[in-house]
Design a protein around this ligand. Structure first.
Ligand code: F6P
Length: 519
């Protein structure tokens, strides 16, 4: 089945039924009444999945609406689309590519026969990459690892290295340089020495201008500082091994065009993670994600956590009209998760046309944003509690702490519970300044412990949830044409900054160009 043959969500009977449901009762649902009426609500609206427990009960939903949403998924043939992804069909139809990041975490021997060649390449590369990671870990002369990459070649590894800091046993300092702004690279270079630094040039395409500029400057710096052995101090993580070789890097770890950039930290792009936590830790990370893949692949829609989360996303975006979702990880090590999820969701589903290229009459990706709890509480939570817009909030909490400091973890957990409670219950106070309207929705994701496996599962959960909403919206979640125009224009503008030529530019760009050139 091609993407164009699937029914788009707004063309289904279930969509019309959901519109009626929203107008009749959905928009008026009050969570306080819903809990009062149903003592089983917590159980009915919670879901266990590998490594993740989800309390969905504080969402603006009831059983009848949820049934219609499952119906919507069935009418859009979600299961068939999911199976097409897992069968390796080219569901990224605008680039004629399969979507198989899940194969990167599939254990040896588990892949379907027709994907045996790809699976064999995956495991050969993984073994080589993990062997290299272990050699780097054992090499006491290497104290610093600098990952140069942007977007999916930065956000995933950076997020995971921070998240798994408690598992980073060899004490290497891992730096991430993404921005073409030279301040970022210069600050890192000022702290490292060529003889003790390993540079990882991470780029799926090996053409991204920011990464190539940073890579060239890093190599130049290395040589200027008397560094000799590029083979020892530079490695490339890329699908474009030929370009890496041409750049002068012979140590390369490859991956394939069926791994999207924002889905790539399970591939060679994950090398910084493997250096941080070791080969066994990285395999646990893959295993956690694989467990979530299996849940997504096999669980009935009604017990399928990625599906349940995505259906809520659709209910909020397309019926309630909510335009954003806030993420609040109550664990400081998860502080880059919001940035990671921004790319995952907004680059995947920030699309305005369906599979056939027709403009969509409904909203797609919400704006994702957030900061770790409790920090966000003392910044923007005011707006979440009392602002004019309702913003669904997604809490992520971790039961176990991996530090010994007395009293901190119970305070942290008390805060996350209290925030979710306060958003829902509110507080009556004459409707004025101290009034909390309540009835503000939230989802609560709970991990027993933050480990490589649970992080892998949490992220795979988010990947599949994005897949489901994209599938129902009928969009291609796996291309990103929207990033191209700015890149092309930047290439045109850069020489003009040197020459001053403003011909053909709009008045604003020309004015700013002149201002930037004036002394
Ligand atoms: O410009 C967007 C993008 O293509 C992302 O999709 C990708 O993650 C990022 O750039 C980096 O791309 P690459 O890994 O090819 O350097």
């Amino acid at each position: 089945m091609t993407i164009t043959q699937r029914l788009r969500c707004d063309q289904t009977p279930a969509w019309a039924a959901l519109q009626h449901r929203f107008a009749d009762t959905g928009r008026k649902l009050d969570l306080r009444d819903a809990f009062a009426a149903d003592p089983q609500r917590f159980t009915e609206f919670s879901q266990s999945a590998p490594h993740v427990f989800a309390d969905l009960s504080k969402n603006l939903i009831d059983a009848a609406t949820q049934q219609l949403l499952f119906e919507l998924a069935r009418e859009c043939r979600l299961q068939q689309h999911r199976d097409a992804m897992f069968a390796g069909e080219k569901i990224n139809h605008t680039e004629q590519r399969a979507v198989m990041h899940w194969l990167l975490r599939s254990p040896p021997g588990a892949a379907a026969k027709h994907l045996a060649t790809e699976a064999q390449q995956v495991h050969a590369t993984l073994d080589a990459m993990l062997g290299y990671a272990e050699r780097v870990r054992a090499d006491s002369a290497i104290t610093d690892v600098v990952n140069i990459g942007i977007g999916g070649s930065d956000l995933g590894p950076q997020m995971a290295v921070l998240a798994l800091d408690a598992f980073a046993t060899m004490g290497k300092r891992i730096h991430f340089v993404a921005n073409v702004d030279g301040h970022e690279l210069a600050a890192v270079l000022a702290r490292v020495r060529p003889e003790s630094t390993l540079f990882l040039i991470a780029s799926k395409t090996f053409t991204t201008i920011e990464t190539m500029t940073n890579a060239r400057s890093a190599k130049q710096w290395f040589e200027n500082q008397g560094g000799q052995n590029i083979a020892r101090h530079f490695a490339a993580l890329t699908t474009n091994v030929a370009a890496a070789n041409e750049f002068g890097i012979d140590t390369t770890f490859g991956f394939w065009d069926w791994v999207g950039g924002r889905y790539s930290m399970w591939s060679a792009i994950g090398l910084p993670i493997a250096i941080a936590i070791g080969a066994a830790g990285f395999r646990d990370f893959l295993a956690g994600a694989h467990a979530m893949d299996e849940h997504f692949r096999a669980a009935a829609l009604e017990q399928n956590l990625p599906v349940r989360l995505a259906l809520l996303d659709i209910w909020y975006r397309n019926f309630h009209g909510f335009t954003s979702r806030s993420i609040a990880p109550y664990h400081s090590a998860l502080r880059r998760v919001p940035a990671y999820l921004q790319q995952l969701e907004m680059e995947s589903n920030g699309k305005r046309v369906d599979g056939a290229g027709q403009a969509l009459p409904f909203g797609t990706s919400p704006v994702l944003w957030g900061e770790p709890g409790t920090n966000g509480q003392h910044a923007y939570f005011q707006m979440l509690h009392q602002g004019t817009d309702r913003v669904p909030l997604e809490f992520v909490a971790v039961k176990k702490a991996r530090h010994e400091l007395a009293g901190h973890h119970s305070q942290l957990l008390a805060n996350v519970l209290a925030q979710a409670q306060a958003l829902m219950v509110g507080k009556a106070d004459d409707g004025g300044h101290r009034h909390f309207p309540g009835n503000r929705p939230s989802t609560f994701l709970l991990l027993d412990d933050l480990t490589p496996a649970s992080l892998g599962a949490l992220i795979a959960l988010q990947e599949h949830r994005v897949f489901v909403s994209g599938a129902l919206w009928g969009i291609n979640s796996f291309d990103q044409w929207g990033v191209e125009l700015g890149k092309v224009l930047a290439r045109d503008i850069e020489p003009r900054l040197h020459s001053g030529d403003a011909s053909g530019l709009d008045g604003s760009t020309a004015g700013l160009l002149q201002r930037l050139r004036s002394v």
